[in-house]
Write a protein of this length. Structure first.
Length: 250
């Protein structure tokens, strides 16, 4: 069941207050033209990724859903680009060395500083061609979904304004490239699997994300005070655990 979000800002029971979080404007157009909507994306070469064990599978078709995740890592105060690059390397190391995967599972990663990075190999190339790289981020649904991991743990806290702005811009870009309607395409990990990901707070903000992406440039900057009910869904057991992910098809 989706958590309820209101503007009353009350704290009670298992609810948590999201107070004074500035959730920024839609930083990209509704993306009818890809070139105008493409945000600054740091490539695997820029964050110094390891070589994958096997090249990712690319499907000659578009995904139909954009899945929002959180990384289930601490809400770091370091918003630097170098920290963001280190995050991408840490995720790749965990996915390859602990999970035994061929590479990073998700296609895209956004740091708390608002830096957007390519994840799984061949992701940027596939997006630019309107195709789909099969990842490992949502169990049973990797063949038709593109995943965005957002740095942090958003069970009770809201994302930073910088992360939110970049998430809006990234979703607008992807909706433009793939011809998707943000009101149906943007979903949370928990919409497919039994997991609290992307966190009770971030999940409750997805309707606002859809609205901002659909509104395009100039969407009002939001100051949100919200009451978010705890979902009771399984939360992370350890760092980088955000629920069922599945393994990519070759």
């Amino acid at each position: 069941m989706s958590p309820n979000i209101t503007r009353r800002g009350l704290l009670g029971g298992t609810a948590a207050v999201v107070g004074g979080a500035l959730l920024g404007p839609a930083a990209a157009a509704s993306a009818r033209t890809t070139a105008e909507a493409a945000p600054r994306l740091y490539t695997r070469a820029e964050w110094r990724a390891r070589a994958p064990r096997v090249a990712a599978t690319v499907l000659d078709r578009a995904p139909d859903r954009i899945v929002v995740h959180h990384t289930a890592t601490p809400n770091a105060a370091d918003h630097s680009l170098e920290h963001a690059f280190g995050l991408s390397r840490s995720i790749q190391n965990f996915h390859m060395d602990s999970n035994g995967w061929d590479d990073t599972g998700q296609q895209l990663t956004i740091s708390r500083g608002g830096h957007l990075m390519e994840g799984r190999n061949r992701s940027l190339q596939a997006i630019n061609a309107g195709n789909h790289v099969v990842g490992a981020h949502t169990g049973g649904h990797n063949s038709h979904t593109i995943g965005i991991e957002n740095e942090g743990l958003y069970m009770t806290e809201a994302p930073t304004a910088a992360l939110w702005d970049e998430l809006v811009a990234t979703c607008a870009w992807l909706c433009g490239v793939y011809g998707l309607d943000p009101r149906t395409a943007i979903v949370g990990h928990r919409d497919y699997n039994a997991t609290a990901c992307p966190g009770d707070t971030l999940y409750a903000l997805l309707p606002q994300l859809r609205d901002q992406v659909a509104a395009g440039p100039g969407a009002a900057r939001l100051k949100v005070t919200a009451r978010v009910e705890a979902s009771g869904l399984p939360g992370p057991r350890h760092r980088f655990d955000h629920g069922p992910t599945g393994t990519p098809a070759r």
